[in-house]
Design a protein around this ligand. Structure first.
Ligand SMILES: *Cc1c(COP(=O)(O)O)cnc(C)c1O
Length: 386
């Protein structure tokens, strides 16, 4: 038979396979599944963005290959948005690169900088492409444990010197998926100093900057002095504008880093459908009220879920951002996979086992606030029977 590459064999196993299978089977049997497993907004894309797509798609100029570096009008809209939101100035010609969703850029970025055997410093638990992209580029992930006792921040001082010598990339992601942890700028200042001292490239994933509660405004890594010397930041329209299926995001920051990623991509893809880029311009420059409504909706769901879980004696704290709730497995007899399987088998509730995000996610479950308040109440009712 075919022998896959060593790299492919080294990728972490896909641990959700069993749960996915069981979920499909349960659906086929007509069971009423409450799916708290998916980090994908359930609300539609705002209509003015859809209209911009219709209109743009009718212009034959959008039907041809798009330029690799993205349309200037989109890069300018991104620059204006960053200036307005974070007071960070970006040059649209050299410091911004639109992407086919930010996952694509995150996964390809290590190809630009890692040589065989180089290390990436990767938080664990984490969004899977940090590890996957590193391994596919021939690098090795060094796992920085995110522990509750440290506010789910990596302990940079614990990284061994021998690893630091061979490390080139440092991934950070706040507001965090899956732990929902947030940071203030003082953490970013520490990271800038650390990166300069050890000659690291910082990759900041800011996908959840607009999804926050009670007035908390997540900062950008690029707000910190000196950050642009060492960092590229990834951003996405997916969560902010309910556009996960559209595939539109961007990389921004240090021009050498942005350029290197553009060079990798010029060998792999041929740009983003121009009509989608123009819809992205409509998203970034059009009315923004829906973001407030979105946060209000997730906040309501969050409060119903947390107070419901607390009433069952589960100890869960309220996330300040993201649409995730990171929960300790309430019964020590179970690991996260077993407990998730139990919830599906007995209660028709899907949650994501923490170990799926890495070994330090073991002992936790992730619930996503992507179902209605009624369904969350129904889920709490079912959990009472456990
Ligand atoms: C959802 C998400 C993204 C966004 O990915 P896209 O490819 O832009 O849809 C990026 N990072 C994290 C941590 C996410 O959870």
């Amino acid at each position: 038979m075919f022998k896959v590459s060593k790299k492919l064999n080294t990728l972490p196993p896909y641990l959700f396979l069993e749960i996915d299978k069981a979920k499909r089977k349960a659906r086929q049997e007509g069971r009423d599944i409450i799916d708290l497993g998916i980090g994908d907004p359930d609300q539609p894309t705002p209509s003015h963005i859809i209209e911009a797509l219709y209109k743009a798609a009718q212009d034959p100029a959008t039907h041809r290959y798009a330029l690799d570096q993205g349309m200037l009008v989109l890069r300018q809209a991104i620059a204006d948005w960053y200036k307005n939101r974070f007071n960070v100035a970006l040059n649209p010609d050299t410091e911004i690169l639109p992407l086919i969703g930010s996952k694509e850029g995150i996964a390809h970025f290590p190809l630009a900088f890692l040589n065989e055997g180089d290390y990436s410093l990767v938080p664990d638990p984490c969004y899977p492409p940090y590890k996957g992209g590193t391994i596919l580029a021939g690098g090795r992930p060094y796992l920085m444990a995110l522990r509750e006792s440290n506010g789910f921040l990596p302990d940079l001082d614990k990284i061994p010197r021998t690893i630091l010598k061979k490390a080139k990339l440092l991934f950070i992601n706040y507001p965090n998926n899956p732990t929902a942890a947030v940071v203030e700028k003082d953490f970013y200042k520490k990271v800038v100093n650390f990166a300069k001292k050890h000659k690291l490239i910082v990759i900041s994933d800011l996908a959840y900057s607009e999804m926050s509660y009670e007035g908390f405004r997540p900062p950008s890594f690029l707000e910190v002095e000196g950050a642009k010397d060492v960092a590229v930041e990834f951003h996405s329209l997916s969560k902010t504008y309910n556009m996960t299926g559209w595939r539109l995001g961007w990389a921004c920051g240090n021009s050498d880093l942005v350029n290197a990623l553009a060079k990798v991509k010029s060998n792999i893809d041929s740009g983003i459908f121009s009509a989608v880029q123009l819809a992205g311009v409509a998203a970034l420059t059009g009315p923004q009220e829906h973001i407030k409504n979105m946060c209000k909706l997730y906040q309501e769901r969050r409060d119903v879920l947390i107070s419901g879980l607390n009433s069952l004696g589960w100890q869960v704290s309220k996330p300040k951002a993201t649409f995730y709730v990171w929960i300790k497995v309430p019964d020590k007899k179970y690991n996260s996979l077993k407990f998730a399987a139990l919830l599906l088998e007995k209660l028709d509730i899907v949650v994501t086992p923490g170990v799926g995000f890495g070994r330090y996610g073991e002992g936790y479950l992730r619930m996503a606030l992507t179902v209605s308040t009624e369904r969350i109440k129904e889920a709490i009712g079912r959990l009472k029977k456990l």
